[in-house]
Design a protein around this ligand. Structure first.
Ligand code: ADP
Ligand code: MG
Length: 729
């Protein structure tokens, strides 16, 4: 029996997987996290003070205190049954990395003890040669090290009965270049903090710190594990490279917000429990538009914590799914013809005085502050749209951006009609002095009017890659597998840079003798004029927008290898160097790593396509041909006229033709790969994989394979079909 039928049989026998017992969330929330509250219990006064100083004020922790903190951490972890620890980091592979060491060690006289000292807490040297480094380290100089990041709390991961203490770290080379997603993110958040505080001081001198906030929304598919295992393409590339559309897809839209299937519900409750223990504040869960697609979202947090929580959750979900004999598909486009998955990044900035800087104000003064940060965001997106686009570029995300389901590859900003009018009003005063009319704008009851008006517009803003949603911006073009750190590093860097320039511009006017409010208003006016071409309120999926965007000169880069160019332009190099985020060599290394990831992913898909075509599809077709041929022979031998079996002859011809086309194209694709592999330049090679391999062959091969799926005897078809993967559970 083929894996496919085996899987279908198993599925019907499967016992309902049990979800974990319901308990009150507050009773378990954060129980596996070394929170400050826990730290207070396990640390001496000095060690605790030193830890808080580092988290709140970025102060260095000295050796003695590090030793004490390590002891406290071990005591806490052991009280929870932990035997091992690991430095946990986010390398550029896109997953998380860990290497477990036990507390257990032998003293020189052979006595066995449990130990975790300050040095082990602060720094480790994983053999880093097999993590991507873009040529930053020659492999013989394989040394990189992970360094403790006290701003992210340590936590305990439970796998089965094993428990491991995870120390969040950054990953850097011996010469100091960052090799992960976290180190540059922390730098970008620091840059934003500095420049946002400076600008906030125009309005409120009490602000000491500005924190960027992130609330992500994670979309994913859930399918039966046995069915997933019977699809080598899902196992190896995360998406189905073949599969004919089922009779029922998402056209009825009956899945969205529908009732959650019981088996999936048990899985959700189970992973949510794990997440709560890790302090991940999940709040919503629901069905998405496509069959078998779901979404979860937490309450927003500081960006660096939210990033950790998202990467951690992706890991937790995949592990918990196994317990339920399910498979989570985080890929941006696991199935053709139905929606893919994204990860909207809701982003804002909050002051330590408790103000959301993107929340419309209630008074003229807070309105001016809101308008300042709001317009600066628009200006940042306008000025650096190409870099923002590059920050979300990846092989899997190429399947979404530009298709009629996800925000387009053209970066534009949606603000809602009401604010659009407000901006137009402000703009119309250019050249005038700040007068009563400007006062009138600032006196508008923004905080009351905007949310209501935005509600009417939600359908429109769905198609925008970057939408204002009342008190935050939603970066909607991020892919579901992405580490949010990358888009967040870019967004916070371009915002920092824009705010820095804003301050210079305003100060220059003040020096010329303008009143502060007038200087701010005039600068806002100028920024609106300079960046308004990035504003778009219409349907982002429409043909007209693509034409209009071209007229406006907005970039529309549909594929990753060219979208990535924006990372290494002189403009990008200056931006990142000036803000101390990336050196030129770090930027070039990252560019190369992203190109390489892209081409490897396309290469894997191409190989999987070839394997499946030759080992699954063509054999199934040939078996069916044999049946048809022998039947036709039999009919012929009993002397029935040819018209009796004319349809069988027609099917036979059709199947043979599709098999021929598949075979020829698979072979031609192998040749194209050989040519591409000989291209020395990484960018050129990635472009060849994009245009000459994916572009030329993927759709053709798939078209004919999917035709075969419709023609060939169902009994002979070995790969689980879309209708089975999407609807059986
Ligand atoms: P909706 O009504 O559209 O569900 P919510 O306010 O509940 O809007 O937020 C949707 C998402 O945005 C959630 O993930 C939430 O955590 C996040 N979010 C809300 N406010 C902020 C903020 N100030 N900064 C960052 N993310 C936010
Ligand atoms: Mg959604």
């Amino acid at each position: 029996m083929s894996l496919r039928f085996d899987a279908i049989t198993k599925l019907t026998d499967e016992v309902e997987a049990n979800g974990s017992k319901s308990s009150k969330i507050t009773a378990i929330f954060g129980e596996n996290v070394f929170t400050l509250k826990t730290a207070r219990e396990f640390l001496s006064d000095d060690a605790y003070k030193s830890l808080v100083g580092s988290i709140k004020g970025g102060k260095k922790i000295d050796r003695a205190n590090a030793g004490q903190i390590a002891n406290g951490l071990r005591a806490w972890a052991e009280s929870k049954g932990v035997t091992h620890y690991t430095h946990w980091f986010q390398p550029l592979t896109g997953t998380t990395a860990e290497k477990h060491d036990s507390f257990f060690t032998l003293k020189s006289d052979g006595t066995a003890i449990e130990e975790f000292d300050g040095a082990a807490l602060v720094q480790q040297e994983p053999d880093a040669s097999s993590f991507p480094n873009g040529g930053l380290r020659a492999t013989f100089e394989a040394r990189g090290y992970t360094a403790w990041d006290p701003s992210s709390p340590a936590f305990i991961i439970e796998i089965g009965t094993g428990r491991t203490l995870c120390i969040p770290t950054i990953f850097v080379s011996y010469t100091g270049e960052s090799l992960d997603y976290k180190a540059p993110l922390l730098k970008a958040l620091e840059a934003l903090n500095k420049h946002a505080v400076d600008v906030a001081h125009y309005f409120d001198k009490n602000v000491n710190k500005v924190t960027a906030t992130l609330g992500w929304e994670q979309e994913y598919f859930i399918i039966d594990e046995a069915l997933a295992n019977a699809r080598p393409d899902l196992v190896q590339s995360g998406r189905t490279v073949f599969g004919a559309a089922p009779a029922k897809g998402q056209q009825l839209e009956d899945h969205y917000f529908g009732s959650i299937p019981e088996r999936v519900y048990a899985f959700m409750r189970d992973y949510e429990t794990e997440a709560y223990k890790l302090g991940i504040p999940l709040r919503t869960r629901h069905n998405e538009v496509a069959p078998a697609q779901f979404e979860c979202a937490p309450i927003f947090e500081e960006v660096n914590i939210a990033v950790d929580h998202n990467t951690l959750l992706m890991d937790v979900m995949s592990r918990v799914a196994k317990r339920h004999k399910l498979r989570v598909l985080l890929h941006e486009k696991p199935f053709a013809g139905i929606n893919g998955s994204g990860k909207h990044n809701n982003w804002s900035m909050a002051t330590d005085t408790g103000v959301n800087l993107l929340a419309p104000g209630k008074t003229p003064k807070t309105n001016l502050m809101f308008l300042t940060f709001f317009v600066n965001t628009i200006k940042a997106v306008h000025d650096y749209a190409d870099i923002l686009r590059a920050s979300i570029a990846s092989a899997p995300n190429d399947h979404r951006l530009g298709a009629n389901e996800a925000p387009p590859a053209i970066i534009s900003v949606f603000v809602g009609q009401y604010l659009f009018k407000v901006l137009e009003e402000v703009e119309s005063r250019v050249g005038h002095n700040f007068d009563e009319q400007d006062e009138a704008i600032l006196k508008l009851d923004l905080h009351r009017s905007i949310p209501e008006l935005l509600l009417d517009n939600t359908d429109r803003n769905r198609t925008s890659p970057f939408a204002f949603t009342g008190n935050k911006f939603e970066f909607r073009a991020v892919g579901s597998t992405a580490n949010c750190a990358n888009p967040m590093t870019i967004l916070n860097t371009i915002m920092a840079e824009t705010l820095k320039t804003f301050k210079k511009d305003v100060d220059a006017l003040i020096e010329k003798g303008e009143k502060k409010e007038v200087a701010v208003m005039q600068t806002i006016q100028r920024y609106i004029v300079e960046s308004k071409k990035v504003l778009f309120e219409g349907d982002g999926y429409s043909e007209e927008w693509h034409n209009e965007a071209e007229k406006r000169g907005l970039p529309n880069l549909k594929t990753t290898p060219v979208a990535l160019d924006a990372m290494v332009t002189p403009k990008a190099k200056k931006l990142f160097l000036d803000n101390n985020i990336y050196t030129h060599s770090e930027l070039e290394a990252r560019h190369e790593i992203e190109l390489e990831k892209y081409l490897k992913k396309v290469q894997i898909e191409a190989r999987v396509m070839g394997d499946l075509a030759i080992n699954h599809i063509i054999p199934a077709g040939v078996k069916y041909l044999t049946q048809l041929a022998s039947n036709i022979e039999n009919l012929k031998s009993v002397g029935v006229p040819e018209t009796t079996y004319r349809s069988q002859l027609a099917i036979l011809t059709e199947v043979s033709e599709h098999i021929n086309v598949v075979y020829e194209n698979v072979n031609a694709m192998v040749e194209a790969r050989k040519v591409a592999n000989n291209i020395a330049d990484m960018r050129e090679r990635a472009i060849a994989y994009c245009d000459d391999i994916k572009g030329k062959y993927f759709d053709v091969i798939r078209y004919h394979v999917d035709k075969l799926e419709h023609l060939v005897d169902d009994e002979e078809w070995t790969l689980p079909k879309y209708r089975e993967m999407l609807f059986l559970r």
